[in-house]
Ligand binder design. Structure first.
Ligand SMILES: Cc1ncc(C[n+]2csc(CCOP(=O)(O)OP(=O)(O)O)c2C)c(N)n1
Ligand SMILES: [Mg+2]
Length: 895
């Protein structure tokens, strides 16, 4: 219970008046009980609000519809017609799942989610969702498991064929298959937003609405006619990503955002809150976060009962009944409802005395009633200043029969018995002959039917069919050469690749054509990466501008917030930043604006922290740059176990849309950014570039000449420096990448000076890309055993040279090992396996065996393995280099 002790600290200017009012309240409680007092208090609050008194929001309100019946506008559609249409859509949605599972048992699909949500979608499609004719239209995040219903509607519209419905979840045979869930990667003309990893649709929709405003406020495009709708499950609201960004939506006044939470009270295993009330819990959550909340709990059949509930007994019962009990009422029949819901209280029993048991069963939930839903959507769209959530109560698996409807396993049901199918058909009133029922045939009323005419007219009036994803060609000007000239020239002073990146980003933002499309995104780490000058130069996006004088206003580079600010300074939310990245990197499709996001983050808190969102960005066909700063297990010295990243490159390799690079030098990084932009926006490739950048300063070399350099940077490997031609010692090849390239270069000197060994230096910018290409080549060779084998870039570059190779990086050894199958000389890999720890850079590199001495020692061992030196030579070198062969650091293998 909330305490009100704080009240004593607020001065009371008229204690006598206060005492009089309190005595009044006490008299009321004594005379009429606490329920009436509650009502009284709420009435007083309501009146006070009318009088302009600024009162805090109530966390929850009674368990009834927020919109009173008399405030519902007349339903503007032909309700009977829309019901018929919904029946057809519902039938085919079920039929496609049933048929697929009959043909291929176990292929999966969901019946119950859409069955509960059909009316929520149909009202949207017929009256609210704006299509893309003449603009971007609305952005709609469909609940992933409702996909069959969305396909089914497209079938009725003639946009998807019956053979396609029959290929639900059978995608490999080429075009025409329908993916299980909303996957733009797989059905790119249809789906826009991947939602099926629960929670990601929620946070994604918030940042989409926010990004719409960003585009608008920066004058990049007019998004004032776009609304973002997100449909979520009540179980899904438990995901931190669902609930985690609610306050941002309210803080930024995103009244262009509407959420519909389908509260069917169930998730996969059973009730969402059997012992509680999910709708009330969510109401408190959303209201507390500053949202406008509209509850749609009861259908019209309850209007009359509520109107007659003179003493509030019915509302009290509604308030007191837990969700597990409501679920039970759905399955237990009218007599049970009469006895347990209305029964214990004589007044309630009397209230429904005129209703049969069957009538009691037909007292529907609000989320199945067009009128109530329409009223809620209309109010949501009209609401100004805050986002709206509609909490719609429904029944999971509604009308699918006793084996599904409101049963605990409803979520996984994919089969209906013939008896149930017959009953379902009857309930939907569709003219499907009994004999056909076993095959669950599709039903289409014909392209000229009134039903099709109606939905076609409705969609035309609303701007065309949905879902649909359209990619407009964008006119494109590559960045000026001046953007990266300075990086090709190298540096005289030591600079890190992070500093170089920050400079490159500033150059890009100044590019006359491209500059405005660059979207820097940072989660409260800009200073760490030297990006803080952007605050002043480009401004931090703030929808309401800057309402205070910044503490550093007298500085040249002060903290500047602006409505037209370009930088998305997200605060400490990697998930939010990723959601911005996704909205920004898909704007080429969503809004026909090719914005280019550069999301710069602490590399440790990227792939492992928000890996699922990065995966999702591939599905969404994002184009953009992920920049993993402070990279490397040993380069980020001092920060230790939970900061030192030595594995994000490995996770990145698992993401098919991510080209992951680990540049050593500023010119490589600049070349990669240029190439990435070209691939994404000139060639239209839906890819993400991941670049890891470091905070270790080094003198940046000039871009070497040679044809294979530029190509090699992108392909993943090129020769950076030849071996010393003047001497005649044995030769090794050293592969270096990222900050460890510095150690590789030092190792070259050690090898020459101490052991007379000549080292060739190779820059390995991406083992991941090398492997991918090698796999493609390998596959071709495997399938054409008689043909002359093709060679991958890696093989071409390495040639027949027998000189052994040592590869060193600040990543796990698994990274350079990615290419081991294609190397047929001794290949020794040094890396940073295991947990990081805090120490100096030198100590860490020694500890993980990736410093110059360990590289030189490994080179001697490699030469011993290739026969150019003896094992004894190698052992002597190890000793000379001061490495204790018995010293075994605490290593991942020593569990
Ligand atoms: C991140 C994630 N975890 C788990 C799942 C598996 N899953 C799919 S649907 C579902 C239950 C959904 O319940 P709810 O959100 O209430 O939606 P409903 O189908 O009831 O509308 C679960 C656990 C998933 N898709 N994504
Ligand atoms: Mg649910």
């Amino acid at each position: 219970m909330q305490t009100f002790d704080f009240l004593e600290q607020i001065p009371d200017t008229d204690p006598a008046d206060t005492a009089r009012l309190i005595a009044e309240l006490e008299r009321s409680v004594t005379a009429h009980g606490p329920e009436r007092a509650k009502l009284l208090m709420m009435r007083l609050m309501s009146r006070a609000r009318d009088l302009g008194v600024d009162l805090p929001t109530l966390a929850t309100t009674p368990y009834i519809n927020t919109i009173k019946t008399s405030d519902e506008r007349t339903f503007p559609g032909d309700e009977a017609m829309e019901t018929r249409i919904r029946h057809i859509v519902r039938w085919n949605a079920a039929a496609m799942v049933l048929r697929a599972n009959k043909e291929h048992p176990g292929i999966g699909g969901h019946l119950a989610t859409y069955a509960s949500a059909a009316s929520l979608y149909e009202v949207g499609f017929n009256h609210f969702f704006r299509g893309k004719q003449g603009g971007a239209g609305d952005q709609i995040f469909y609940q992933g498991h409702a996909a069959p219903g969305i396909y089914s509607r497209a079938y009725l519209e003639g946009r998807i064929s019956a053979p396609q419905l029959d290929r639900f979840r059978q995608e490999t045979a080429g075009p025409g298959g329908l993916p299980s869930y909303p996957h733009p990667r797989l059905l790119p003309d249809f789906w826009e937003f991947p939602t099926v990893s629960m929670g990601l649709g929620g946070i994604g929709s918030i940042y989409q609405a926010r990004y719409n405003r960003y585009l608008h406020n920066r004058g990049l495009t007019d998004t004032s006619n776009s609304r973002v709708w997100a449909f979520l499950g009540d179980g899904e609201m438990d995901e931190p990503e669902s609930a985690g960004a609610l306050t941002l939506a309210a803080r930024e006044g995103l009244d262009n955002l509407t959420w519909v939470v389908n509260c069917n009270l169930q998730r996969l295993d059973g009730p969402v809150r059997g012992n509680g009330k999910i709708i009330q819990e969510l109401e408190g959550l959303f209201r507390g976060a500053g949202w406008n909340v509209i509850k749609v709990i009861w259908a019209r059949e309850w209007d009359d009962l509520l109107a007659k509930d003179d003493n509030g007994e019915l509302v009290r019962k509604m308030d007191a009944t837990v969700d597990g009990e409501f679920q039970k009422y759905t399955v237990a029949g009218g007599a049970y409802i009469r006895e347990h819901f209305f029964g214990p209280e004589p007044l309630l029993q009397k209230l429904v005395g005129h209703l049969s048991d069957d009538d009691l069963v037909k007292l529907r939930r609000g989320g199945h009633d067009y009128r109530k839903i329409h009223a809620a959507y209309a109010a949501a769209v009209a609401h100004k200043g805050a986002p709206t959530v509609i909490l719609a109560k429904t029944v999971k698996g509604w009308t699918l029969g006793p084996s599904v409807e409101a049963t605990n396993p409803a979520h996984q049901a994919k089969k209906l018995s013939e008896v149930e199918l017959l009953a379902f058909r009857d309930r939907l009133g569709l003219p499907i002959p009994d004999a056909k029922i076993p095959e669950a045939p599709y039903y289409h009323p014909g392209p000229k039917s009134p039903e099709v005419a109606y939905i076609t007219e409705r969609r035309a009036a609303l701007g065309g069919p949905l879902p649909s994803r359209v990619v407009h060609p964008v006119t494109w000007t590559p960045p000026l050469a001046a953007v990266d000239d300075e990086f090709a020239a190298g540096s005289t002073a030591p600079v890190s690749t992070t500093m170089a990146f920050a400079k490159l980003l500033r150059n890009l933002m100044r590019d006359p054509a491209l500059g405005k499309l660059i979207v820097p995104i940072v989660p409260d780490e800009a200073r760490t990466f030297g990006m803080d000058p952007l605050f002043k130069q480009a401004g931090i996006y703030a929808p309401f501008g800057q309402r205070y004088e910044p503490v550093d206003s007298e500085l040249l580079l002060s903290y500047r917030e602006s409505q037209s600010g370009q930088v998305l300074e997200e605060g400490i939310t990697e998930a939010g930043s990723m959601a911005s990245f996704q909205a920004s990197g898909t704007a080429y499709a969503t809004h026909a604006v090719g914005t280019i996001p550069f999301y710069v983050f602490y590399s440790m808190f990227g792939f492992q922290r928000v890996g699922d969102q990065i995966w999702q960005s591939g599905d969404a066909r994002v184009r953009g740059f992920l920049i993993g700063a402070t990279a490397g297990r040993t380069t980020l010295a001092g920060e230790g176990l939970q900061h030192d990243d030595g594995h994000s490159q490995l996770i990145a390799h698992a993401m098919p849309h991510v080209a992951a690079y680990d540049p050593s030098f500023a010119y490589e990084m600049a070349a990669l950014v240029r190439k990435g932009i070209e691939r994404m926006h000139e060639r239209g490739e839906d890819i993400v570039y991941y670049l890891t950048i470091y905070n270790e300063n080094q003198v940046q070399p000039q871009l070497p000449t040679g044809e294979s350099v530029n190509e090699g940077i992108h392909r993943g490997l090129y020769k950076f420096a030849e071996a010393d031609a003047a001497s005649s010692g044995p030769r090794v090849r050293l592969f270096g990448s990222g900050a460890i390239m510095g150690e590789v270069l030092k190792a070259r000197d050690l090898l020459r000076e101490r052991f007379g060994v000549r080292a060739e230096i190779w820059s390995a910018t991406s083992y991941s890309e090398l492997r991918r290409e090698a796999l493609v080549v390998e596959r071709w060779n495997r399938r054409h055993p008689e043909a002359t084998p093709r060679k991958a870039w890696l093989q071409e570059q390495l040639g027949d040279d027998s000189a052994p190779i040592v590869a060193a990086s600040d990543w796990m050894t698994a990274i350079p090992d990615l290419v081991a199958p294609w190397i047929n000389v001794p290949y020794l890999v040094l890396g940073t396996d295991g947990f990081g720890l805090s120490d100096t850079r030198e100590a860490l590199r020694d500890f993980f065996s990736v410093d110059s001495t360990h590289i030189a020692a490994a080179a001697m061992v490699a030469l011993a393995r290739s026969g150019e030196r003896t094992p004894r030579d190698a052992a002597a070198a190890i000793k000379e280099l001061g490495i204790d062969p018995e010293l075994q650091p605490v290593f991942v293998l020593d569990r």
